[in-house]
Every structure is written in C-alpha cells, then in structure tokens.
Design a protein around this ligand. Structure first.
Ligand code: ADP
Length: 377
C-alpha cells in the first residue's frame, strides 16, 4: 500500500508546535513530497525560534517514520533570518537562509556553532571532499577512481555521493538497488568494488534530485552522513555538488572534513572556478589536500600518443603559485570514459593498467597528507 500525503498530514497533526497549535496549523510546512514511501519536506521558521523547533523536527520525523510503508523521512529545519536580525558567524555571512542540519550542534543563539563542523562520524577516521568549481570536469569519475585507488592501498574506504543536483554514482558504479535499513533504522551502504557506497541517487529518481530546495540539501546530506551505518572506515570520500555557491559552502562548513581535493581541467575558465573552490575551503578552514588536473592531455587509445590539446600544465602552475600541493594529472582517455559509463570504473576494471596506477599515485599523496588523522583514529 503506498503512503499518501494525507497520511503524512494526519501524523503531523498529532505533533504539537511551540506556537500552541498542531504542527499542521503552525504555517511552517513546505510542500510535502511523497514518492515510493520516501517523504521529504521542510519546516521553515524564524532563526530566533530555531532552537525551540529542533525537537519538533525530530518528533515530526519520528511520526512520519512510524507510518506503515514509509522507508525514508528527511525533514529539514530551515531558519530564515529577518532583515536587520543579528548576523550569523563569519563563514555564513553570505547566506540569507541559515540551515539547521538535523544533527549539528547549536550555539545558545541557535546559529551553527563552530562545533557543528567538529562533529565527527563515529568509526570514520577521515572525511574528505572531492570538489570542483563547475560541473563536467570529471569530479565524480575522479572521486570514485580515487576511492578505489585508496582501497588498493589497503584502506577501508567509503564513497558518499553528495552531488544532490545530479547524482552520478549509481551510473558510474552500476548500482540500482535501494539500501536496506538495519535494526537501528540506519541505511546500510551498498558494498561494491570493496567500497561502502551511498548516493542520494539510490533513494530518489535523478530528475527529483534536481528540484531539491536549497535548504533541504544540507539536511539530506547530513542524514546521509550520519544516518548511514558506515561501519569502520579509514577514509570517507564525499563527492560534493559542483560549484561554490551557498549550498556547497554550507556543506563544507558543516561536514567534518579533514581535507578537500579540487578537480580542475587545464582550461583557464575551469582554473578560475578551481580558485573559487580553494577560496571556499579556505574560508571554512578546511585544508586543501591538493589539485588534480583531469583531462590533462589527450592520449590516443590506438597508439598511446600524447597530445596537449588544452595547453596542459595549467593546474600544476596554478597550484605552485597558490602554494597548494599538486596531486597529479589524469589523461583524457577513451577507456576512462567508457568504463565509467559502463558502471565498471577503470581502477576496478583495468587494475594493472596505466590509469589505475595514476589514481593510486594520487591516492598515495592523499593518504600521506591524511596520515595523522588516520593514525590517530
Ligand atoms: P562531473 O562529476 O564533474 O560532472 P563526471 O565525472 O560525471 O563529471 O564526468 C563527465 C564526463 O566526462 C563523463 O562522461 C566521464 O566519463 C568523462 N570523463 C571524466 N574524466 C575523464 C577522463 N579523464 N577521460 C575521459 N573521460 C572522462
């Protein structure tokens, strides 16, 4: 039996709000999305009231989860600041909306405190972001192959596809099943290629992912980080949404990142975007582990001849200029694309080939930069 919107509303009408009326009469609910037992909506309140509403958000979520047939309930609490209200902490200055992630720590004022970033994920030694200033530079392909390169170094590795606007990990890995829940109602990541993998694309259809409201992005990603039974991992690689807008900044600020890897192509435009990415992580005090130049040069699949069609080397020079480590160059090669599109990434399908060696070399540099964090855990 499929879950209806009316069932969700009925459940929510039994949750009291701080305004002394049922939640459904408090004029705070966004549109409610119900698809295949997955329920998404947000509770929108003024930032000054946010603390009082956190427990309501949790009660609402519990009420929705208790409806027979509901497999997932993601409820965001979004706190809008009124014009002239006190400013949020520096890193959030540019936001007109402050987002209240489900499980972040709060300061007494109800704004995200620096602690929210420190909230580690139990069992996960280091979370790293793979980011790009814009889409289409091969960020997801690199994130997955880098995760596999790290796996080849003997590390326990997870991959979280947080590219909520266009999750590509289902396609890149060929995973089309939905995650199961364990006894604690946490989602069990899908194991493939020796990686623990989770993607928003396992839960919603690709076109639904495109229409998420901004504030819901953070809540969904926080839940994927914390409501997933990751087990013990040395490194969790997060494939970030492309770009450097508010959603990405909030994510970088709220996810307990030990570092970030920036993917760029050699073209100037992409480097300008990459610079924005660097600035974003600097702003939220996340160390940049380095820059990877993807599609660095063209390698002929027939004869192996190398052509520097994009004027290769731009990312290396830029990294040197900015004092950021340069992690490596990945060629534009047919087999990287075809293996990705077949759901069988090149490091897994051609483990002895030259491309796998490149991703492993990049993985080695990343691991060495994270060594302290992994050893400490
Ligand atoms: P993004 O995550 O930045 O949007 P994707 O990883 O989805 O980018 O890659 C975009 C396209 O480019 C995909 O078709 C992918 O197979 C291809 N691609 C990525 N990196 C390479 C590469 N080094 N060589 C050949 N094709 C690549």
């Amino acid at each position: 039996m499929s879950v209806t919107q009316q069932q969700v509303l009925d459940a929510l009408s039994r949750v009291a709000s701080p305004r002394g009326v049922p939640l459904t009469n408090a004029n705070v609910l966004s549109a409610i999305s119900v698809t295949d037992g997955k329920v998404f909506f947000s509770i929108n309140v003024d930032a000054t009231e946010a603390r009082a509403w956190e427990s309501v958000r949790a009660q609402a979520e519990a009420a929705v989860r208790a409806i027979p047939g509901v497999s997932t309930a993601m409820i965001a609490l979004t706190a809008e600041r009124k014009p002239g209200a006190p400013q949020a902490p520096p890193a959030a200055h540019r936001h007109s909306h402050g987002v209240q992630p489900a499980s972040a720590h709060r300061s007494p004022q109800g704004a995200a405190s620096p602690m929210s970033k420190q909230a580690e994920i139990p069992g996960v030694a280091a979370v790293i972001a793979v980011a790009s200033g814009k889409g289409g530079v091969g960020k997801s392909t690199t994130a997955l192959n880098l995760a596999l390169g790290l796996r080849d170094l003997g590390l326990r590795v997870g991959l979280l596809d947080a590219d909520i606007y266009g999750p590509s990990v289902p396609r890149l890995t060929g995973i089309h099943e939905k995650p199961q829940l364990n006894d604690d109602r946490k989602m069990i990541p899908i194991m493939r290629f020796g990686l623990s993998i989770m993607s928003i694309g396992f839960l919603v259809e690709e076109d639904t992912a495109m229409i998420w409201r901004g504030p819901m992005v953070m809540s969904a990603i926080t839940q994927m980080l914390r409501d997933v039974a990751w087990g013990t991992l040395d490194i969790l690689v997060v494939d970030m949404p492309p770009g450097t807008g508010d959603a990405q900044l909030t994510l970088a600020q709220n996810v307990p990142l030990k570092g970030a890897v920036i993917i760029s192509t050699p073209q100037d435009l992409s480097l300008i975007d990459a610079r924005r990415g660097l600035a974003m992580f600097k702003k939220v005090n996340v160390p940049v582990l380095g820059i990877v130049e993807n599609m660095s040069y063209f390698q002929c699949p027939e004869c192996g001849t190398r052509s520097d069609i994009f004027g290769h080397g731009g990312a290396r020079h830029e990294a040197e200029r900015l004092g950021v480590p340069f992690l490596g160059e990945i060629p534009l090669h047919m087999s990287i694309r075809t293996t990705s599109d077949e759901g069988n990434p090149v490091v897994a399908s051609e483990p002895d080939g030259p491309h796998a060696a490149i991703y492993r070399a990049i993985g080695t540099k990343v691991r060495d930069r994270l060594q302290g964090a992994i050893a400490a855990a």
